[in-house]
Design a protein around this ligand. Structure first.
Ligand code: HEC
Ligand code: HEC
Ligand code: HEC
Ligand code: HEC
Ligand code: HEC
Ligand code: HEC
Length: 363
């Protein structure tokens, strides 16, 4: 009898160990209020005397140690006293490269990807000394600053979701006064981090996933955010820009004509690119294609206005996104997109056109 009992508890221990190992490998390590992520040292008691983890970005408490995660009082590597690393993105990546488990910018997310190991990759090349004023479509933007993570994010906190800066290159792109939220993103709690999300000692820290700007105003403000640097690319159809070129509508809240409809913020690569039907390489491989064939099909072969081959941070491969909406205005000689995500509309010449309708990952 006791033998069986022992067997059972040994089995139970094994099962529990197995579950723990599965949990631990899913999240890398177990979060506690004083150590919410590997290498982060923060306090455990907040301003109100409650047991609470401190945030790394913003909401700083009067007994904060958060500054010390990024700054060094005497041994900074640059004039903003950033710690240890060669460049600011290196510092951000010391946590956001997967060591924390969550918010790993080197893997696919709603923001795209910073990872050039795959084919058809293109991204905002942070930390490479690129001048912000050299952004394609820059007209009013004559910034001499370098493109870094903090060109778009405020690591000290922001009223906007994802710490998106309230002003970019010193301009309040939304026209709102500082402290007014202009960009809400459609965020959902990430079920992989349920233990953190349900904890009452994590200062309300929620690990979320995003599919992009949420409401109509947010979509327009998101386009204005991108437009702060790429100002000549922000506009409506039919109006020439400063270089006397015409552009597609990019500032509309309806029917997917804002930057987030067609582009990621960080970057793209062949694993993220979609075709007109919204399908990825993974979908074709699941459908029976070889990986090799699916990659050859999805690769981006386009060339930009300067003659350089680049996938331009796009969500869709090549010009596939154009065909998604404009497939009913002319003779249709190939396979059509899946109609369930599209709705009928007319363009300003009265031509029939398909427009994106409420699928949660189409902006
Ligand atoms: C997540 C990393 C991070 C944390 C935490 C952090 N900082 Fe910073 N801080 C930065 C970065 C990056 C810059 C450079 C920003 C830039 O170049 O625009 C900076 C710049 C600064 C500057 C100079 C420019 C400015 O924006 O005023 C000061 C002062 C500063 N930080 C103070 C603090 C203090 C005080 C704390 C703690 C309450 C803190 N920081 C916490 C990353 C951080
Ligand atoms: C010491 C580790 C660490 C460093 C360095 C760091 N972060 Fe974070 N980051 C975190 C943690 C932890 C969170 C979760 C939210 C929090 O604690 O504030 C986070 C969250 C974020 C988020 C999502 C915010 C949200 O709530 O949706 C963004 C965006 C971000 N970080 C950008 C940056 C940028 C840009 C830098 C460099 C200037 C940076 N981080 C440096 C640890 C770090
Ligand atoms: C060109 C502007 C820009 C630059 C440069 C940039 N970001 Fe972002 N980042 C964004 C935007 C916009 C989002 C929100 C995208 C969305 O959810 O639609 C975002 C989202 C994020 C997130 C949340 C990702 C998630 O899981 O949803 C993190 C973390 C982050 N950025 C960190 C960084 C770090 C670290 C760097 C530098 C290596 C950086 N960002 C550079 C614009 C930028
Ligand atoms: C802080 C200024 C800044 C903001 C904000 C910004 N960009 Fe950029 N962007 C640049 C610069 C500088 C370049 C050129 C350097 C490079 O290619 O890395 C660039 C390049 C690009 C490219 C061309 C990349 C290529 O491979 O040719 C695209 C597409 C792009 N940005 C889209 C966007 C979108 C979409 C947003 C909003 C989510 C945005 N940008 C926000 C500065 C900015
Ligand atoms: C309807 C889809 C669509 C929208 C909306 C859109 N873009 Fe693009 N964008 C593209 C495509 C496709 C390309 C690559 C082919 C080309 O340039 O013709 C591109 C290329 C770019 C480039 C690189 C061009 C160059 O000269 O190298 C930048 C920068 C850019 N877009 C920024 C933006 C910004 C900023 C917004 C929002 C204000 C925006 N785009 C909205 C589809 C779009
Ligand atoms: C989300 C749907 C959508 C996508 C994607 C899209 N368009 Fe459009 N397009 C429209 C609408 C709607 C109009 C009517 C003008 C307007 O309201 O902006 C239009 C107008 C046009 C026009 C007529 C000129 C004008 O500005 O009125 C051309 C040409 C055009 N699009 C080409 C393209 C190309 C090339 C792409 C790919 C880069 C593209 N479209 C992607 C919806 C879309």
């Amino acid at each position: 009898m006791s033998k069986i009992k022992l067997g059972f508890s040994a089995l139970l221990t094994l099962i529990l160990l197995g579950m723990f190992a599965a949990l631990a490998s899913a999240e890398g390590f177990t979060a506690t209020p004083s150590n919410p992520a590997p290498g982060i040292n923060v306090g455990t008691i907040d301003n109100n005397g409650d047991a609470n983890q401190h945030r790394t970005h913003g909401n700083f408490q009067n007994n904060t140690n958060s500054c010390g995660n990024c700054h060094s009082a005497h041994n900074g590597s640059n004039e903003t006293l950033l710690k240890f690393q060669n460049s600011e993105p290196d510092m951000c990546l010391s946590c956001h490269d997967g060591t924390m488990g969550f918010y790993n910018v080197k893997t696919a997310s709603g923001a795209g990807i910073f990872n050039s190991t795959h084919e058809s990759a293109s991204m905002h090349d942070v930390g490479k000394g690129i001048q912000i004023g050299s952004a394609p479509g820059a007209y009013a933007n004559k910034s001499v600053g370098e493109l870094e993570c903090s060109s778009c994010h405020n690591p000290h906190g922001s009223v906007n979701d994802r710490l998106l800066s309230e002003s970019v290159i010193g301009v309040s792109y939304s026209g709102l006064t500082k402290g007014t939220k202009s960009i809400n993103l459609e965020l959902k709690e990430d079920p992989a981090y349920a233990d953190i999300n349900n904890s009452s000692t994590m200062s309300g820290l929620k690990i979320t996933t995003s599919v992009g700007p949420k409401g109509n105003t947010d979509k327009v403000n998101y386009a204005k955010f991108c437009g702060a640097c790429h100002d000549d690319y922000l506009g409506s159809s039919g109006a020439p820009n400063h270089t006397n070129h015409y552009g597609h509508t990019t500032n509309s809240s309806s029917a997917g004509r804002n930057c987030a409809s067609c582009h990621y913020a960080h970057g793209t690569d062949i694993t993220m690119l979609k075709d007109t039907q919204g399908k990825t390489i993974a979908d074709y491989v699941n459908g029976g294609w070889t990986q090799e064939k699916a990659e050859a099909y999805m690769k981006d072969v386009s060339v930009n206005s300067k003659g350089v081959k680049t996938s331009s941070l796009k969500k869709y491969t090549n010009m596939a996104v154009c065909w998604t909406c404009h497939q009913s205005s002319h003779a249709i000689d190939t396979q059509q997109p899946e109609d369930k995500y599209l709705t009928d509309g007319v363009d300003r010449y009265g031509n029939p056109i398909k427009l994106f309708k409420g699928k949660s990952d189409i902006r």
